[in-house]
Design a protein around this ligand. Sequence first.
Ligand code: ZN
Length: 244
Amino acid sequence: MSTTSMHRPAGTADQKALVLFSGGQDSTTCLAWALARYKTVETVGFDYGQRHSVELECRTKVLEKLRAFSSDWDTRLGEDFMLDMRSLGTISDCSLTKEKEIEWEANGLPNTFVPARNLLFFTYAAALAYRRGATVLVGGMCETDYSGYPDCRDNTLKSLQVSLSLGLDSPMVIETPLMWLDKAQTWQLAHDLGGDELVNLVRFDTHTCYMGDHTHRHDWGYGCGQCPACKLRQAGWDEFSNQM
Ligand code: ZN
């Protein structure tokens, strides 16, 4: 499979990027975006005591499939790291790490919110990137179709980029290619990067469902079809596929 030959922006050709990679739709699309852009791309995942390990199992499979997808990407895709952050699970009382129903709290945030999760993830990723010689961190955070998590917001991450660069005394750029895309546009980005083949890889090999359901297959991939993450993924897929 030859991937779409995207024009590489000036200054990125020799850079090494570290992608925050969970095995979900968004971070897989971000990983493909980074592989089309940077000389070397490494990945980092976090085990924070997620209720369901299926997302972590998808990571390995998606990495294998991306290597097989394009020899160019195989060459660029470097090491994968898994960081143990289970202490985050013990301090965050939320429905992603405990057997609780997903519901909305008084502050308007769903109880799937893990306080400060992305601040911690990026800070750990920056420490790893510093040691690995990477100057770019890539994450799939998005302000368009999201649950209002304040640590996904563009300003939060811009502020964090400044703090990390100051604290490391070394430039550390945070790239969030999905920040202003809706879910249909995220599918479109995967199509732009690798055509139908990459779209199908994202559909059937990534995992988004909050309930960890990887048995029910739909047009948009596997999931329970009922949780907020499945509904968002389905709505985006319906919009994208109707345009095709
Ligand atoms: Zn679901």
